[in-house]
Ligand binder design. Structure first.
Ligand SMILES: *Cc1c(COP(=O)(O)O)cnc(C)c1O
Length: 244
């Protein structure tokens, strides 16, 4: 089990290095985030102890279940799943440093309120639905800039960039269009010089499409299956829930 995870991580690092070489990028610019949904804490620990310390969950419930077991091992937690407003208080209990899936103003405003109350701040990425699939969360690309402008006024939310889930398709060029779109939105936002935000991070690319994402400028890739193996639940379990 340990050898398998370590071997998989070495393969991913090699894929990152090769993709960076192809696109003349420095591998240091690309952070590997481990998507740990359904993965037991024991397996996550193996990756953390090997030095890959950026991890993320999709559900507050799983964050909670694994919290105690992972507490003693140094790591950074992001949140990448659909967040319901009634889970805000809960998610803030578990040392999440960045919510990558912020996709609507009501969620942002309620987060702001709670953070004011707790006298905290949090990093956020704005999730954009670049694949036009009904089933995926994220703000519509046409509304992304307006949403960033609105969130920028909320002083407890520190915008660091954008996140997307690319189209699930074997057609690389179609997937690439999703990543290009996110990059274009990023560039438009940078040109607006919105005060008090950063737009450096582009979180895009997963096990199947990380090379394409890196070629298009990803700074964070989110990898699950290629490191921890196939999940028993289909991803629709995480992505197609009832919208809050
Ligand atoms: C599960 C998940 C990933 C990782 O997907 P894999 O195909 O297993 O690498 C990345 N991002 C999000 C938002 C996810 O839910």
């Amino acid at each position: 089990m340990k050898e398998e995870i370590l071997r998989n991580m070495a393969v991913i690092q090699e894929r990152i290095n090769n993709a960076c070489k192809e696109s003349n990028r420095n591998p240091d610019e690309v952070k590997l985030l481990l998507a740990t949904k359904t993965v037991p804490a024991e397996r996550i620990k193996i990756a953390l102890q090997a030095g890959h310390t950026l991890i993320a969950e999709n559900k507050v419930q799983e964050l909670k279940e694994k919290y105690e077991a992972l507490k003693g091992v140094s790591h950074t937690n992001h949140f990448i799943g659909h967040l319901q407003t009634n889970k805000i208080k809960e998610v803030l209990k578990y040392d999440v440093s960045c919510i990558q899936s912020l996709d609507r103003i009501d969620l942002a405003e309620k987060l702001q309120q709670r953070l004011e109350y707790e006298d905290k701040t949090i990093d956020v990425l704005v999730q954009v639905n670049t694949s036009n699939e009904e089933s995926k969360f994220g703000v519509h690309p046409d509304n992304a800039i307006a949403l960033v402008q609105q969130i920028a006024r909320l002083d407890r939310l520190k915008i660091k960039g954008l996140m997307t889930i690319g189209l699930f398709s074997a057609e690389t060029e179609k997937v690439r269009q999703c990543f290009k779109l996110l990059k274009n939105i990023q560039q438009e936002i940078i040109a607006l010089n919105i005060p008090d935000i950063q737009m450096k991070e582009l979180s895009m690319g997963m096990s199947g499409d990380l090379e394409t994402a890196i070629e298009e400028g990803a700074t964070i890739i989110r990898v699950g299956t290629a490191i921890f193996g196939q999940r028993i639940y289909p991803d629709s379990y995480y992505w197609n829930e009832q919208k809050a």
